[in-house]
Design a protein around this ligand. Structure first.
Ligand code: CA
Length: 507
């Protein structure tokens, strides 16, 4: 009898092991986010960008052609993406804040994977960091999201800052700044991060008892655009284009639409504009090489067949379009992000999805693909139907918002268009064909662009009488969309003083 009990015990143990092993066949996730990267990427049709590795990912997965951030600034965007909630529900509308200060009991996407038994690790910038000052630290991180964090710092942060050219000398992060480094890839922060990622993947390949969620946040091409010199040599400065016709274009843009302009940019000459573009593209190619090392490691370690790969950026970026640089506008260049999702052995490999999608859709998508429970309620749509059939329409729109005025500290916006000191929002709705934007509920301007005829958003149709009906239709659709961005209470949560620690007791 005693022996039988033992055998039963052994049997139960073995069955449990089998069940556990079955559960551990859940797919791994490699989540790669680049900082301040727009769609200047080969697979998105950019004529200059050399990005063979990101293009390789696109060929293996579904490329979302109309993917948008919810707020074109690092902190609000990353908090939104990682919580699956719009900024009006996270309450994070500026940098250097974290959703634990506003909605501490909410589970982030990586936290949901932790709670489901995944090994969840972060390398580099996932939540907000000051770049370059916070490189090598945790930045404004949420410790509850990760089981292990790695924060390497390379020569770009530790050695080369005195040599960096900057439009505002002594400043690097918020200002246009760049440097062609004599040091090799492996000595730069993003190169060290790729090495760390290889190490983590090697460890995961040996310990398959738990699936992994590895989040990798590269710092480039964020300013300062520092990368090894060979990447600069891929883009001869004299061949770099500059944007023409700005004065004419700006005539029909309401003032808040240009509110992200910084006065230091008055110092830009055409020569500096070419240099900035060269350095930005060089930083993209450098980051692309590091992406290549990590996806090579997945193949080498035979992890590719059970690993979902996501590649995106926190928001877009201007290179002089409409006279703007960097982020914080509601034009296509600033609101749009690259988004590639590779599911192993997909029959849709290399396909393109054209329906508008949002960063808030990533949490429900990855949770569904991996069978991970989500907190209720999330505000995005699962993209799984689109991954299975890229022609699927989905929600049909994406919404991006930005803040203006009110002494806003974010992104050092110096053209404060809220001259009366009032804080207000701009909301922009992107449908398959149109971009429609309202500033301060339309009281401070509206913009309407027809992407079928005007992909560069040069001709604002909003005030033309022949478009009045379309404008009113889109205005109604925009207001309905904005309603979905608030929590059930209808009130945006505010920061509770002293609240910072993560809540890991949340089931
Ligand atoms: Ca215009």
């Amino acid at each position: 009898m005693h022996r039988l009990q033992l055998s039963l015990g052994m049997l139960i143990f073995l069955v449990c092991c089998c069940v556990t092993n079955a559960a551990d066949s859940r797919p791994n996730v490699l989540f790669i986010i680049s900082d301040d990267l727009n769609n200047m990427i080969g697979c998105y049709g950019d004529p200059l960008a050399k990005t063979p590795n990101i293009d390789r990912l696109a060929a293996k997965g579904v490329r979302f052609d109309r993917a948008y951030c919810s707020f074109p600034l690092c902190g609000p965007s990353r908090n939104s993406l990682l919580t699956g909630l719009y900024p009006n529900s996270t309450g994070i509308l500026a940098n250097a804040q974290i959703f634990r200060q506003t909605i501490p009991k909410h589970r982030s996407m990586p936290q949901a994977f932790r709670n489901a038994g995944y090994f969840v690790s972060r390398i580099g910038k996932l939540y907000h960091y000051n770049v370059p000052r916070s490189i090598g630290t945790n930045g404004h991180d949420d410790p509850g999201s990760w089981e292990m964090e790695l924060n390497p710092a390379g020569v770009d942060r530790l050695v080369e800052e005195p040599q960096i050219f900057s439009l505002t000398p002594g400043q690097f992060g918020g200002t246009l700044s760049w440097f062609a480094s004599p040091e090799s890839d492996s000595k730069h922060t993003d190169g060290l991060m790729a090495s760390d990622a290889e190490w983590v993947l090697e460890r995961c390949a040996k310990q398959k008892d738990r699936p992994f969620f590895l989040a990798l946040g590269f710092f480039r091409p964020h300013t300062p655009y520092v990368s090894p010199k060979p990447y600069f040599d891929k883009y001869p400065k004299e061949t770099m284009p500059i944007v023409e016709g700005i004065a004419e274009d700006q005539k029909d843009i309401p003032a808040p639409g240009l509110g992200s302009y910084k006065r230091e940019q008055d110092k830009l000459t055409d020569d500096l504009r070419r240099e900035a573009r060269q350095a930005y593209l060089a930083s993209i190619s450098f980051m692309d090489s590091q992406v290549g090392r990590v996806i090579d490691a997945l193949d080498r370690l035979e992890l590719s067949d059970n690993t979902i790969v996501v590649f995106t950026s926190d928001h877009g970026y201007h290179m002089g379009e409409h006279g703007l640089w960097q982020k914080m506008s509601l034009f296509e260049e600033s609101a749009r992000v690259p988004l590639l999702i590779v599911t192993p052995n997909s029959k849709q490999a290399g396909k393109v999805a054209k329906s508008p999608v949002s960063h808030v859709d990533l949490f429900p998508t990855l949770a569904e693909l991996c069978g991970v429970p989500t907190p209720d309620p999330l505000q995005g749509q699962s993209l799984v139907p689109i991954l299975n059939a890229p022609e699927t329409k989905g929600r049909g729109w994406a919404l991006t918002q930005v803040m203006r005025g009110g002494g806003q500290a974010a992104a050092a916006v110096t053209t404060n268009v809220g001259a009366d000191g009032k804080r207000f929002f701009g909301y922009s709705l992107r449908t398959d064909r149109f971009r429609y934007t309202e500033w301060d509920d339309g009281q401070r301007g509206r913009e309407l662009y027809d992407h079928d005829k005007d992909p560069k958003e040069i001709h604002n149709l909003a005030d033309l009488p022949e478009f009045a009906t379309l404008r009113e239709d889109l205005s109604k659709q925009l207001r309905e969309a904005v309603k979905t961005t608030f929590p059930p209470s209808g009130e945006t949560p505010t920061i509770k003083p002293g609240l910072w620690a993560p809540d890991l007791t949340n089931p």
